[in-house]
Design a protein around this ligand. Structure first.
Ligand code: SAM
Length: 300
């Protein structure tokens, strides 16, 4: 990452020109920030940092990769949550693995019908950093319906009894570092076992343009476990993730289907809660896939 300050002279004043850059082999995303890093600690798992960016507010990064920013986190968190909740409206118990920024549980806890929401995050520093610097995302950590566990989600799911959860959301980072094991077939097998008979698994499934290799592999794995008719891909536009096109997967163990949902209820919910991205039309539109994504999904 290139975070070195580059002072530039403008009309007689010195403006600090400081950029955070997330680099991959061939592309990079840069965001200008204030220069002072708000948070920087190394946990046993990763480097946890928060920058104050000028365009997107405070931004959480893990090992130099953007996880969420104050100004666009709602896209990811609303889409990973409301799509499954509206097509599985009788869900009572939900589990989130990863997601220590708190955004996914914030959205889940809007549903009174959920009796319990369990969040299993491996790294307490992620929770600490977000409580301090992304308070709107970390707003639900004190909710009495939240069961917050700081432990390894892979172990948690291995030890979990059969058919415990109506909804399991894998809110992971990329398949490197501590999150690597959250992308393996054996992990998804365990998730399948822990779902109730009509349960749904949602994962963030990377960018089909940027990470097409991983994208193809993970969908192939989901199809082998859930059956190809039961696995669906949907997309959302997230400006601070590589390429801006991001995907989520919806896999159902039973009869739940992502496009069987109550449009009127979704519209009411979106308005009542002041959601910024999800609504009854976005729910359906997110499943309309460009041809290159269809081809990737059919390529294996
Ligand atoms: N929405 C974002 C994205 O896709 O970039 C961010 C997700 S980030 C909050 C994912 C979280 O998963 C991190 O906080 C990380 O510490 C956590 N994590 C990684 N491996 C884990 C594991 N084995 N068990 C539980 N949580 C894990």
């Amino acid at each position: 990452r290139d975070v070195s300050p580059k002072p530039t002279e403008k009309a007689g004043t010195i403006t600090r020109d400081v950029w955070f850059t997330e680099r991959d082999e061939n592309i990079a995303l840069s965001l200008k920030h204030s220069g002072s890093q708000l948070y920087k600690k190394d946990s046993p798992y990763q480097r946890v940092e928060v920058y104050e960016t000028l365009a997107y507010g405070n931004m959480l990064t893990l090992d130099g990769m953007v996880m969420c920013t104050q100004k666009d986190e709602y896209v990811y968190h609303e889409m990973i949550t409301h799509v499954p909740m509206f097509s599985n409206p009788t869900a009572k118990r939900a589990l989130v693995i990863g997601g220590g920024d708190g955004g996914t549980v914030r959205e889940l806890l809007r549903y009174e019908q959920l009796e319990e929401v369990t969040l299993v995050e491996i790294d307490e520093l992620v929770i600490e950093a977000c409580k301090l610097h992304l308070p709107e995302t970390a707003v639900a950590f004190d909710n009495p319906r939240l069961n917050l566990l700081v432990e390894d989600g892979i172990k948690y799911i291995k030890d979990c009894a059969d058919e415990q959860y109506d909804l399991i959301i894998i809110d992971s980072a990329d398949p490197v570092g501590p999150g690597e094991g959250l992308f393996t077939a054996s992990f998804y097998q365990e998730v399948y076992r822990c779902l109730t008979k009509d349960g749904v698994m949602i994962t963030q499934s990377e960018s089909p343009r940027f990470n097409s290799g991983v994208f193809v592999e993970i969908y192939d794995t989901y199809k082998q476990i859930f059956g190809s008719e039961k696995v669906h891909c949907y997309l959302a536009a997230i400006p601070t993730y590589p390429t801006g096109t991001w995907s989520f997967s919806y896999s159902s163990k039973g009869e739940a289907h992502p496009l069987r949902y109550d449009r009127e209820a979704a519209a009411r919910f979106s308005q009542t809660h002041g959601l910024k991205y999800y609504n009854e039309d976005i729910h359906m539109a997110a499943f309309a896939l460009p041809n290159f994504v269809r081809e990737l999904l059919n390529s294996k």
